[in-house]
Write a protein that binds this ligand. Structure first.
Ligand code: IPM
Ligand code: SF4
Length: 432
């Protein structure tokens, strides 16, 4: 019988099967940030096990609140910083070089097809865009991962999503994933891996695939996975060129992680995206999704462009396309957080930062900050934010605040008008 991508990765990393269905896998990467790792570090120390399995396979970043905003966040950062130094974790990113974990780790070339990746963060599923099995874990699993380089998983079944048709102008990966979550529901993929297939994926950049996989968890998915292809290889080429003679050779090697044609799936969904409209969430769950037309005209007080979902260069480019030659509404605070220093510099080089500043946006350093309501744009009670992030939970960006999830283009258009707006309307009108 054929295998899914996750089944292949599980088979290749199997260390032990203590109970039927529970598999202990060798890990290729253990990723760390300053919110969840300090708890694991403190517990390992308390148990007299302050060790790491392999400092080269552990990557760490301070990203959620950075630079630190108070004594508590400064201490969390310090615990991670001291630990990374103590254990010679060379790939550690601190103030000035740090960015949002799920953007900076792929950008540095740390993720490869067929890898097993864990992190104490729910959006670890993002890394599945490379054909890896990447899952968010809790403190105990993180501790075991750090110490032993293994993690126990129940072998997940896979949901296959075939995306066909062609995305129309002004419709993006974010709209696709919001629509998919709307259809599956927030528990529709619980304990499942979501494999994304079809010509729509083949035509997507790695950035868009990361946006797609990033939100697999919002449907309950353990991981979202795309098959490695030439786009994957081209993205990784600067990091793998010493390993392979040619991109073709790399592709031939990575193709072994593609799903077999006769693989078995728990469920198969087909979505034709040709008629898909830009999507916007309402309410407090990511599956509360409507076409933008049904949300248009609703007031926004703040617009946030950033996060591990949509803080990458192509996101900033799409937002800048709308903002060029325009100003944001007086009633709106615009905040943009490029997800990594490299993205920030690229945006500077392309004049995108200028466009944002001319329009009236505040540009922050790379950080999660506003996304989870910890810094750089916390909402006051009753305020509404149009955000390119992945969670609209009640109070997510500030107690009593409301978040509407959308694409960077929709967010930029909404910043200009002060109400939720279909970006395609602005694209049709020439800017002043
Ligand atoms: C802080 C961290 C545990 C959390 C997560 O796991 O998702 C954060 O990244 C978030 O998005 O709320
Ligand atoms: S950007 Fe937001 S969703 Fe992503 S890791 Fe940071 S806090 Fe979590």
């Amino acid at each position: 019988m054929g295998q899914t991508i996750a089944e292949k990765i599980f088979a290749a990393h199997l260390r032990d099967e203590p109970f039927p269905g529970t598999k202990v896998l060798d890990l290729d990467r253990v990723l760390c940030h300053e919110i969840t790792t300090p708890v694991a570090i403190a517990d390992l120390e308390w148990r007299g096990k302050d060790r790491v399995f392999d400092p080269d396979k552990i990557k760490a970043v301070i990203d959620h609140v950075t630079p630190s905003k108070d004594s508590k966040t400064a201490l969390q950062a310090k615990i991670l910083r001291d630990w990374a130094r103590r254990h010679r974790i060379r790939d550690f990113f601190d103030v000035g070089r740090n960015g949002v974990c799920h953007a900076i780790f792929p950008e540095k070339g740390y993720i490869r097809p067929g890898f097993t990746v864990i992190m104490g963060d729910s959006h670890t599923c993002t890394h599945g865009a490379f054909g890896a099995f990447a899952a968010g874990v809790g403190t105990t699993d993180l501790e075991v991962g750090i110490l032993k380089g293994v993690c126990a998983f129940r072998e997940p079944k896979t949901i296959r999503i075939n995306l066909t048709g062609e995305l129309s102008e002004g419709v993006y990966a974010k709209d696709v994933i919001l629509h998919v979550i709307g259809q599956l529901g927030v528990n529709g993929a619980t304990d499942r891996v979501i494999e994304f297939h079809g010509p729509v994926i083949a035509g997507m950049s790695m950035e868009s695939r990361m946006t797609l996989c990033n939100m697999a968890i919002e449907a309950g998915g353990t991981c979202g996975i795309c098959e490695p292809d030439r786009v994957t290889v081209d993205y990784l080429w600067p990091f793998i060129k010493d390993e392979f003679e040619s991109p073709e050779a790399a592709l031939a090697e990575y193709r072994r992680w593609c799903a077999d044609p006769d693989a078995e799936y728990a469920k198969v969904f087909d979505f034709d995206v040709s008629s898909l409209e830009p999507q916007v969430t309402y309410g407090y769950k990511p599956d509360c999704v409507k076409p933008v037309a049904e949300m248009a005209g609703q007031r926004v007080d703040q617009v946030y462009i950033g996060s591990c979902t949509n803080g990458r260069i192509e996101d900033l480019r799409e937002a800048a396309r709308i903002l060029r030659g325009r100003k944001i509404a007086d009633s709106v605070r615009g905040i943009v957080s490029p997800a990594t220093p490299q993205i920030f510099r690229q945006a500077l080089a392309e004049g995108i930062i200028d466009v944002f500043m001319e329009a009236g946006f505040c540009v922050t350093n790379p950080t999660c900050g506003a996304c989870l309501g910890m810094s750089n744009g916390v909402l006051a009670e009753g305020e509404v934010c149009a955000a390119t992030t992945n969670r609209n939970f009640n109070g997510r960006m500030g107690k009593g605040g409301m978040v509407h999830l959308m694409s960077p283009a929709t967010a930029a258009a909404s910043a200009v008008t002060g109400v939720i707006t279909d970006a395609r309307e602005l694209l049709r009108q020439p800017a002043a």
